[in-house]
Structures are given as C-alpha cells and as structure tokens.
Design a protein around this ligand. Structure first.
Ligand SMILES: *Cc1c(COP(=O)(O)O)cnc(C)c1O
Length: 397
C-alpha cells in the first residue's frame, strides 16, 4: 500500500522556510495587528494584483469572507439570497446572521454546481444577491449566470474557497462577479490555518467590506465613528506573514494539482462505472478535490461501496456523498434554530422560499448519491496517481 500525502499535515502542504522567516520577521517587529503592520497590507496588494481586481481585503476565515460580502450588500431582514445546498455550512450561516433567507437553487449533478437555469427558477422580487460556489475547484457557468444576474440587477458573490486560480473564459474566478470570497483554512490550496480574503472592483462595496471587517470604524476619516453594526473580522500579522509566503507558491500549487489530476483522468477515463470530473471547455479546474461520479447500476453499492473497498483493500481514503446531505436537511435549517426561540429570520420568509421538498432538488440528491471525493493536493506525484489508478482498475475490473 502507498500512503498518500495529506493536507492536514506537512506531507501534503507547502509550508516551509519562507513562512518561518516571515513569521519570525513579524514577531521581531513587535507588531502583530494587521492594522499597523506590513504583511497583511502586502498580502492584500499582491492578491488583488494576482487576480487583476481593484480591491482585496483579508479577514478571519472563509465564513467571515462570505459574511463580509453579504453585509456589504446589506439585505433587508427577510430578503432572499440564492445559493446552493451542496457547500460548506460556513457559506450559509452568514446569510442567516445578516437576517436574510438562503434560497437553494438545484445543482447540475455532473458538476455539483448551480446553473443559470436552476438559479432563474428560484429568483423572486425579494432576491437581493446570488452566491455561486465553484465546487471542488470547478467554475460555475459564469457567462450565463452573469447575463441572468445583470438582466435582473442582482449582485453575484463568487465563493472561491475551493477554486483559487480556476478560470472561466480566461478570467480568474473571484474577478468575474461583484464580490469574490476565499478561504485560507488548513485544507484549502494555500493556508494560514484559518483566514479569508474578499475581492471586488466596486468602490462602494469595497468601502463597506473594509468597514465590516473593522467594526465599521472610519479609520482615517476626518470625524471617524462606528457607522453601523459590524464585527472585528481582521487577520493578524502572523497569518499575514504566512499568507505572503504561501501566495508566492500558489501558481505552482495549482499547476501541480492540475498536472497530477490530468494524469489520473488519462488513466481512469475508460474504467467502467466511474466518470472523471466533467469540465466545460471554457473552464480550467483547480482541483481542490478530485471527484468521481460513480454509477450504482455498474458499481456494487455505488460510491459507498467503492469507498469501502478502496479503504479496506488499498488503504485509500475517500469521502462518498461529500457533505452527506443537502444543507437544508441539517438541524439548523430543519428546526430553524437561530436566535433564542425566535426562529428569526425564517419567520419572515415566503413559504415557497423555505420549502425544501426533495422533488425540488433532483440534481442535488442525485449528485450527492453519486459523488466520490478523492482528497487531492500539490504533493501528489505520478507514483501516487499510478497507485490510485491501478487500485481503481483492480476494484472495477
Ligand atoms: C471552506 C469553505 C468555506 C468556509 O471557509 P472557512 O475558512 O472554513 O470558514 C466556505 N465556502 C466553501 C465553499 C468552503 O469550501
């Protein structure tokens, strides 16, 4: 058995001398707050430059990034934000914290992503924003989604937590919609343990995002005040220092993941019962994970069965069903457990907006049923790829 590198420890991460040197520099400077230091500012400038956007602001996490984005759009209580039920919970709870209602669009089971058509089905006159998640590193159909959103004057937030440097039509995700959100959590392409970044080209949204991260205190204004309800969502200089070093490596990290993912696709594309990641020819994938679609008519017990055999017979870990169930089946949504016993903001919702009948979500259920998530990272080599491909070949023979 071959042991695969893990993104939960040094075996699958790119942390090293550069990160150590810059963190030491931050500590020796004695300034650990990003408001006064240099690393957080450097990270923001370099990230904006890399993506080709006007503004990037760092924050405490990917969940914080999504919260910052929603707060910048400033929905009225009970306004609706269209999103997906196959995502990280940290992309959904900020909607409720801002008093808005998450409304779920179905996904294309081939990509596990929302589409313009599925979004259009759930738009209403209360839709205040659309959040698209580029799941697993594979971009959504942004051309069609932006055309729809612009025709209805609805801003689009791109959740790029899993999709650093993925592209659609040659444009980086996070630079296509109105706001981009990124995560620097342990298991993402680059990491500071916890951390986040938001991006935009819009001056007014940028101003509100900066303020929301900073307790809405008007730093540098002639008569600063706390202008509105906001939190301290700042990143520290310790994280900023690590992030500056990690960002240097990001293009190579994404390239390495693509190279090995393409090698795997090449080797397994003709195996019976599994389909490699489906890629729109306008997209490049950044392979946060490598997801197979498993056909349970061909593979005994489908994705679950294949995952069990991979683990037992080959020592290969995988995650069938990804998040197990669509987000609306989690307790927070089923029981509407929010603030005390108030059920706010669900109490303000249109009944159709919070009707989670399974018949409305055929793509989401079919997609979760079929998906087998293979962990992936930049430290995979051709030997790891060969082992996975050979193992799959033997199990599916
Ligand atoms: C990881 C992730 C988040 C949340 O990021 P945290 O840094 O863990 O708070 C949000 N959305 C998606 C799609 C993610 O993968």
């Amino acid at each position: 058995m071959v042991s695969l590198p893990s993104d939960q420890d040094a075996s699958g991460r790119t942390l090293g001398e550069a990160e150590i040197r810059l963190v030491a520099e931050a500590i020796n400077s004695g300034t650990l707050t990003g408001t006064k230091g240099t690393f957080v500012k450097q990270l923001e400038q370099e990230f904006a430059q890399l993506l080709g956007v006007k503004y990037a602001y760092s924050c405490a996490s990917g969940s914080a990034a999504v919260h910052v984005a929603i707060a910048a759009i400033d929905p009225e209580p009970g306004d609706e934000i269209v999103t997906t039920a196959i995502t990280d919970m940290g992309a959904l709870t900020p909607i409720l914290y801002q008093g808005a209602i998450p409304v779920f669009a179905d996904v294309d089971p081939r990509t596990w992503n929302v589409t313009a058509a599925s979004i259009e089905q759930v738009l209403s006159d209360r839709t205040k924003a659309i959040i698209v998640t580029h799941l697993f590193g594979n971009p959504c159909e942004m051309t069609e989604i932006m055309a729809l959103a612009q025709s209805r004057h609805i801003p689009v937030i791109e959740d790029c937590a899993q999709a650093f440097l993925a592209t659609h039509n040659g444009q980086y995700v996070g630079a296509i919609g109105d706001i981009g959100c990124f995560s620097l959590q342990q298991g993402k392409h680059i990491t500071t343990g916890e951390g986040g970044i938001v991006t935009t080209n819009d001056d007014a949204l940028a101003r509100r995002m900066f303020l929301f991260i900073n307790k809405a205190w008007g730093y540098g204004d002639p008569q600063p005040d706390h202008y509105f309800l906001a939190l301290n969502y700042r990143m520290s200089e310790l994280q900023g220092a690590v992030a500056v070093a990690q960002l240097q490596k990001l293009p190579e990290i994404v390239q390495a993941r693509r190279t090995t993912a393409d090698q795997l696709t090449e080797q397994i594309q003709d195996l019976p019962g599994i389909t490699p990641p489906w890629l729109d020819p306008r997209n490049t994938h950044s392979y946060w994970k490598y997801c197979l679609s498993v056909d349970s008519a061909v593979v005994p017990d489908g994705a679950l069965g294949l995952a069990k055999r991979l683990k037992a017979e080959k020592g290969i870990f995988s995650a069938p069903r990804y998040i197990q169930k669509p987000a609306f089946q989690c307790e927070v949504f089923r029981e509407q457990r929010t603030f005390g016993n108030s059920r706010f903001p669900f109490t303000l919702a249109r009944p159709e907006a919070i009707d989670y009948s399974p018949e409305k979500y055929p793509g989401s259920f079919a997609g979760l049923e079929a998906v087998l998530v293979l962990p992936w990272n930049e430290r995979y080599t051709i030997d790891h790829v060969n082992y996975i491909a050979t193992s799959l070949g033997e199990l599916l023979a």
